[in-house]
Design a protein around this ligand. Structure first.
Ligand code: ARG
Length: 490
């Protein structure tokens, strides 16, 4: 027991030290050269923020569009490279930039002094203003932020709205969610009374949804909180300069106006009121893509997890301490930390050393996690076989290996099999956490459908049914094999 605790402490210290060492800033600024030699500019955004950035179906295909994306396109064009857009949760954007998952952030992000401590910003390209979004029936009751004191207010996690709520509405209770689309749903289902949102975004949501209303929040903003700018990794002054040049051409030619108009048009076409008459069947391709990814992640992870689990369980049963202890430590550590942190750790921290794409990071993290559980499944399966069996086999002259292979393991399999099936089912459900790093699994796709359809409950219901169909058919399949296995052995 004591040993385990010490191990856990060592691991924690190890991890915190990795996280806290500030990484050295490169002496020479090669930010622009790097992007040019890659040939692509990777832009991080949080596409829940019309008209800045949002999902839209164009010619039956899902696209991320909006003013910010047009700006990013212009920057990429001026640099002479391709543009790649990554949709990440707003609160994960800064870490993604710091570890180099993305080259720049264009997400309507305010260039606050606080953020300037960890990243650099371009010139401001747009000034929005702060609104409050409410249900239309409350539009007369609430007219300013003062009326909402002591009420439940929704804000996006990590946004300046979160601090505005804390500082200027100290009596209210705050609900922070990472997607604005989820906040809208919370508002519509009376979980919160209001949402603080950037004005252009509030207007965009209200224009396309008769169940929402908005007014100026009357917030007082510090100078540095007012405008949206492009964020880059600290020390990339050449990149900042290049971006500023693009921004100044945009300003000279009043291009933001055009971008906004275009965004408004796309928003109306793909998320307008006509969308609200559509049924969930219209979004089947979104669900299908998500289901495909969820199945892929689960199958691959359980496969690699099983290999890892077998190796770990063999290690655990070894007579040599030096082999046994690492396996025990691994299992304890993995089981003792949340999978969400493990996924983020692989994606961000390990990804700092080697750049692993989101899908691969997700699969690696889920496999590593599952391996620990599968190890325990195998171990307890083997333990459940009576000791007498080994003794009998050995006294018949069988070697240890032969006894394990022909006597113990076949009996253990009967216990291992159903537990392994359960693990598979767990992985199908729990792998949904990979959506936080932007893998388009079923949960991620559900959120897109929520934002496209302006409906919160229907997409959830569809997703629930899909998950159930997946797990139920798996159960049936496993039962079939289990019966067959029992039959074979009689
Ligand atoms: N301007 C606010 C901020 O920087 C909110 C930005 C939210 N952006 C988004 N893509 N959801 O905190």
């Amino acid at each position: 027991m004591m040993k385990k605790r010490i191990l856990a402490i060592i691991f924690t210290i190890f991890l915190t030290s990795i996280f806290s060492t500030s990484l050295p800033v490169l002496a020479a600024d090669e930010s622009v050269e790097n992007i040019k030699s890659k040939g692509t500019l990777v832009v991080g955004t949080s596409a829940d923020f019309p008209p800045y950035e949002f999902h839209a179906t164009i010619d039956g295909k899902d696209n991320i569009v909006g003013m910010d994306i047009s700006i990013a396109e212009k920057i990429a064009e001026d640099l002479g490279v391709e543009l790649e857009v990554q949709d990440i949760g707003f609160d994960s954007l800064l870490p993604a930039l710091e570890v180099g998952k993305v080259d720049i952030i264009v997400a309507g992000m305010s260039a606050t002094n606080e953020r300037r401590e960890s990243v650099d910003f371009s010139d401001v390209y747009y000034i929005g203003g702060q609104n409050i979004v409410v249900r239309p029936s409350d539009n007369e009751i609430y007219t300013s932020k003062g009326d909402l004191n002591a009420k439940k207010i929704g804000v996006q996690t990590g946004s300046i709205q979160e601090s505005l709520a804390k500082d200027q509405m100290p009596e209210s209770s705050i609900m922070s969610l990472s997607k604005i689309t989820d906040l809208i749903l919370a508002l519509k289902t009376n979980k919160i009374e209001a949402i603080i949102m950037e004005k252009p975004s509030a207007m965009a949501y209200v224009a396309n949804d008769k169940d929402l209303a908005t007014f100026d929040g009357g917030f007082i903003l510090e100078e540095d909180e007012q405008g949206a700018a492009v964020a880059v990794k600290k020390g990339s002054s050449n990149l900042v300069e290049a971006i500023n040049q693009s921004i100044s051409t945009i300003n000279e030619n009043n291009l933001t106006e055009d971008y906004l108009k275009e965004a408004g048009q796309l928003l109306k076409e793909s998320q307008g009121p006509q969308e609200q008459t559509k049924t969930m069947f219209n979004y089947w391709n979104y669900f299908a893509k998500g289901t495909g990814y969820t199945i892929l992640i689960s199958v691959v992870s359980v496969f690699f997890g099983s290999i890892l689990g077998i190796i770990l369980s063999l290690m655990r049963m070894s007579e040599r301490k030096i082999v046994r202890i690492p396996a025990i430590a691994y299992v304890e550590f993995v089981r003792g930390t949340p999978m969400m942190i493990q996924i983020m750790f692989i994606y961000f921290a390990v990804g700092y050393l080697i750049n692993i794409p989101a899908l691969a990071s997700g699969i690696i993290a889920v496999s590593l996690n599952s391996g620990a559980y599968i190890c325990e499944i195998i171990r307890s399966g083997l333990n459940s076989v009576d000791k007498g069996q080994t003794e009998a086999a050995r006294s018949l002259g069988m070697s240890k290996q032969t006894a394990m292979r022909y006597i113990i393991f076949p009996q253990a399999l009967k216990n291992i099999w159903p537990a392994l099936g359960n693990e598979f089912i767990t992985v199908i459900k729990e792998s949904s956490i990979v959506s936080i790093i932007g893998v388009s699994d079923l949960i991620f796709q559900t959120k897109i459908v929520t934002s496209l359809s302006y409906r919160g409950i229907a997409p959830l219901a569809v997703t629930m049914v899909i998950y159930f169909m997946l797990t139920f058919s798996l159960t049936k399949l496993l039962n079939y094999y289990e019966r067959k296995m029992n039959h074979d052995q009689i």
